[in-house]
Design a protein around this ligand. Structure first.
Ligand code: SF4
Length: 232
């Protein structure tokens, strides 16, 4: 029998996509991914362009998420909200609370653009994957949004103060900022107390695919992190 969803603020969540199972998006968990519709930033490398328009009709209802979770009890142990930018949506706190009430751990992928909202969400979260898109001097060019770097770095401070598990994630190629600045970013993150860092290499025009951690490999930064993951 399909699960019934009582009327809830979470029903207003604009869900742009659902992945029923992931083993890589929520560390240590078998998780579902809920992709949230809408993001005000415009990173040139964004792979989720279809999720950027907050006014676009959402293809899924929240009730589909809850029904999936009812059918996957014992098979999944977490749900990670991704996007788009999940913290854009006022329905997110209730959605997180409902996921927890169903017995699943909660994770969030965020670019940290709303530190005050993230602060309020942290008690509802078991893990945060926070984008730190680059050194402060490069931020606004990457996101095409003035003031974006200040917000992201403030979000990092909020997450760290909360004690919630987290990792920082950086998407990079040499056209975004030079390799030396990536090494500098590594040291800045380590100096700030970040222990888990994922660098996702994205391809730009003329760029050559590589699985080598390139500028980080011989720079002495690896020993500064408990985990440093390179995705080529
Ligand atoms: S913040 Fe994330 S979702 Fe928004 S444009 Fe940048 S990469 Fe895309």
């Amino acid at each position: 029998m399909p699960a019934r969803t009582s009327h809830t603020a979470a029903q207003a969540l604009r869900v742009g996509g659902i992945t029923p199972l992931t083993t890589i998006d929520f560390p240590g968990r078998l998780a579902a991914v809920v992709f949230c519709q809408g993001c005000p930033w415009r990173c040139g490398y964004c792979h989720n362009a279809g999720l950027l328009d907050a006014a676009a009709p959402a293809p899924h209802r929240w009730s589909e998420v809850e029904q999936l979770l009812h059918t996957r009890r014992g098979l999944l142990d977490g749900v990670v909200f991704s996007g788009g930018e999940p913290t854009l949506q006022a329905a997110l706190p209730d959605a997180l609370a409902r996921v927890r009430a169903l017995g699943f751990a909660t994770g969030l992928h965020t670019a940290g653009m709303y530190p005050e909202r993230l602060q309020a969400l942290l008690p509802l979260l078991d893990w945060v994957g926070l984008d730190i898109k680059g050194p402060p001097a490069h931020y606004d060019a990457i996101t095409r949004t003035p003031g974006s770097g200040d917000r992201a770095w403030e979000s990092l401070r909020c997450v760290q103060a909360s004690g919630v598990d987290y990792e920082c994630r950086t998407t990079w190629n040499p056209t975004l900022f030079p390799p030396a600045d990536l090494v500098g970013l590594a040291h800045t993150l380590a100096d700030a107390g970040v222990t888990h860092w994922v660098v996702q290499r994205c391809l730009a025009a003329g760029d050559v695919p590589s699985t080598s951690p390139g500028p980080l490999q011989f720079s002495g930064v690896e020993e500064r992190f408990k985990s440093l993951t390179w995705r080529g």
